[in-house]
Design a protein around this ligand. Structure first.
Ligand SMILES: NC(=O)c1ccc[n+]([C@@H]2O[C@H](COP(=O)([O-])OP(=O)(O)OC[C@H]3O[C@@H](n4cnc5c(N)ncnc54)[C@H](OP(=O)(O)O)[C@@H]3O)[C@@H](O)[C@H]2O)c1
Length: 430
């Protein structure tokens, strides 16, 4: 196989996976804006039902991935999703001397380091701009645009589905279940929304950002998760009183003393004039802090066929130019994940009212050395299902969890208490 620098003529591209992103990539390659790229193969299971008339007649349609590696392709674009067989296909392509571009966050988050080694061994690029924040060029920006800085913190709203649900609930006071059903109807949420709303999608993306931006490998599953499912319309009205909105926030910090990475993906209260608050609907944002350059924010469409295809095609152009940049996830070390963040906390209770409840809660918090900052209760709710909120002064998430495990044993709860960290302006910068 010819090296990318020796190639004469356009870079020959095979697409594996002709779904939402694969079709959008093929559309761009089928136009005339990138003469340095030539679509040559489309590989998909049961490929006959996928054929479309707008693809050039010389493009080879196939079900067999081996056909793609027959020596007539320079780059494979892996867009089938999932870990298997995607990982094997990427390895096979690299071993055959073929460069790879992928949008697959699961494969890169879990296997990026070993695939990076395979790419180095094969001396072929493996690029994955589209795997994090879709059309937002965050991977290249971290590697090249602000590579001169020493980054110590990365925060982001990385899941468009969650952000769509939370911003609709906030603006229109609609219940979680209703917004989710609408998001599913509009194609913004999967039939099974678990990966999005319970944080797994953002967890994989955060693990990649930690590798690329902070230079450390972490166990993807070690990053703790919190779901957005228990959030109700009432939480937005209390958040507003506190000058905040609610976002699913993915955050990671390098702790210089211990060398650990502190990371979490969970819903949080963020100041309503912060960068994280400003991102609405299906948009994503990544905010990074560096020792020398301070804060830099990157935002845009984090998903959708076309924005994601732009990221894929940009990777293809880098390869066609023979300037693909650094390989996969060039990490310096595997680091443990510290799960503990200190922050003020918002705790919402939904109770059957009776005398002595506040005293009982205050006693438990006090035993866990947690100071209650304020108690908030909006009027007009039935005593049988009464919401109220306690805000807690800054304390560790482990103390809050321990206190709430104990509090959860009381018999006055109608729903389990919900706790959310309140990120300060320093953490969710304006
Ligand atoms: N959609 C987005 O907005 C977005 C954004 C960022 C990143 N991504 C990533 O991009 C990748 C593709 O996503 P997508 O939304 O385009 O998915 P998709 O619409 O489900 O498309 C996947 C395509 O791959 C085919 N496929 C799946 N498994 C296969 C296998 N084992 N052998 C052959 N073909 C197979 C599917 O065929 P069938 O038609 O038979 O199912 C389908 O055509 C994923 O890694 C995803 O995480 C997507």
């Amino acid at each position: 196989m010819m090296s990318t620098t020796e190639r004469v003529g356009p870079c020959r591209v095979a697409i594996a996976g002709f779904g939402t992103v694969g079709q959008a990539v093929a559309r761009i390659l089928s136009g005339d804006i990138h003469p340095s790229l030539q679509l040559t193969h489309i590989c998909n299971r049961q490929v006959n039902r996928k054929k479309v008339g707008w693809v050039a007649p010389e493009v080879v349609w196939t079900e067999a991935f081996d056909d793609v590696l027959d020596g007539s392709v320079d780059v494979v674009v892996e867009l089938i999703g999932g870990r298997s067989p995607a990982r094997d296909w990427i390895e096979q392509a690299l071993a055959a001397g073929v460069a790879v571009v992928t949008a697959n966050k699961q494969v890169i988050a879990h296997d990026g380091v070993s695939l990076g080694q395979a790419a180095r061994q094969a001396d072929r690029p493996l690029l994955f701009e589209a795997a994090v924040a879709g059309g937002v060029p965050i991977v290249r920006s971290l590697r090249e645009g602000i590579a001169g800085d020493r980054l110590y913190r990365i925060q982001g709203v990385l899941n468009g589905t969650c952000n769509y649900i939370l911003t609709r609930m906030e603006r229109e006071g609609v219940a979680y279940a209703d917004v989710l059903a609408e998001a599913q109807r509009l194609g913004y949420a999967e039939a099974d929304p678990t990966a999005d709303v319970d944080g797994f999608d953002a967890q994989a993306k955060l693990a990649i950002l930690i590798a690329v931006g902070l230079g450390c490998e972490v166990g993807v599953d070690d990053i703790p998760l919190g779901s957005i499912r228990p959030i109700s319309a009432i939480d937005f009205s209390y958040a507003k009183r506190l000058g905040c909105v609610i976002r699913q926030v993915a955050r990671a910090e390098l702790l210089p003393e211990s060398g650990q990475i502190r990371a979490a993906v969970q819903p949080a209260l963020v100041p309503d004039d912060s960068s994280l608050a400003r991102v609405e609907g299906t948009q994503n944002i990544v905010v990074v802090d560096g020792e020398f350059g301070g804060e830099t924010a990157f935002s845009g469409f984090g998903a959708g066929g076309e924005p994601t295809a732009v990221a894929v095609v940009s990777d293809l152009l880098a390869i066609a130019r023979g300037a693909p940049g650094r390989q996969a996830t060039d990490v310096q070390a595997r680091r443990p994940v510290a799960r503990e963040f200190d922050a003020p906390h918002y705790v919402r209770f939904m109770i059957r009212d009776r005398p002595g409840i506040i005293a009982a809660l205050a006693e438990v918090f006090s035993r866990h050395a947690i100071n209650v900052d304020a108690v908030w209760q909006e009027p007009g709710w039935a005593k049988t299902e009464l919401p109220f909120v306690m805000t807690l002064e800054s304390c560790g998430s482990a103390s809050v969890t321990a206190a709430l495990n104990e509090i959860g044993q009381f018999d006055f709860h109608v729903r389990p208490p919900l706790w959310l960290p309140i990120l300060s302006r320093g953490e969710a910068r304006a």
